[in-house]
Write a protein that binds this ligand. Sequence first.
Ligand code: B4P
Length: 192
Amino acid sequence: MVNLILFGPPGSGKGTQSAKILDKYGLVHLSTGDLLRSERANKTPLGLEATKFIDQGLLVPDEVVIGMISTMLDANPDARGFIFDGFPRTTAQAEALDKLLALKKTAISVVLSLEVPEDQLIKRLLNRGKDSGRTDDASEEVVKARIVEYHSKTAPVADHYAKFGKFKKIKGDGTEAEVFDLLCKELNELVA
Ligand code: B4P
């Protein structure tokens, strides 16, 4: 079983590259961002609660996203592996994920971190905000708040997996195809 965490700051291309990896490797895609947006679109109590955080560029509370991931793991008992996109975003989420996977007698295979300079992240997100309708891409203020949140709460997740020798940086500021090629080089070795 191959379990990949696609890691990186907001706008680094996690969602974009996940879509390409799914097509090629047939892993199950678990994006907490997509799951939260779907809850929000359906106006569920969880979605309405999450909206308050997302609109300010803040992370949604750990217990909410950990619960969603736990449900999705149980819902896919026959998966040959998972891509975790946008999760874990805190050390508490990483510890919870490790435990959930251990219960299923598996573990994270590798964390691939998309490295993109901050000015490009801001440009990409504001550009997407022009027509995505995403409130968290709508203003420079909220985009910058997301990047601050990333540095304070998400960046430490890198150390958590580096301790186990599972963390690898990938140059994320090339074209989508160039970044995908770099990711495939890593994944081909794992999947073979
Ligand atoms: P996410 O949905 O995870 O979104 P993201 O970080 O904005 O995007 P991503 O890195 O996937 O970038 P993308 O490929 O789309 O999170 C949204 C919010 O949900 C969070 O802020 C938080 O509030 C909440 N949330 C989610 N997970 C959570 C968790 N675990 N805990 C707590 N809260 C959580 O690319 C961005 C743009 O760049 C696109 O327009 C794309 O076309 C462009 N792009 C991509 N690759 C490019 C390239 N190589 N060159 C040029 N442009 C590129």
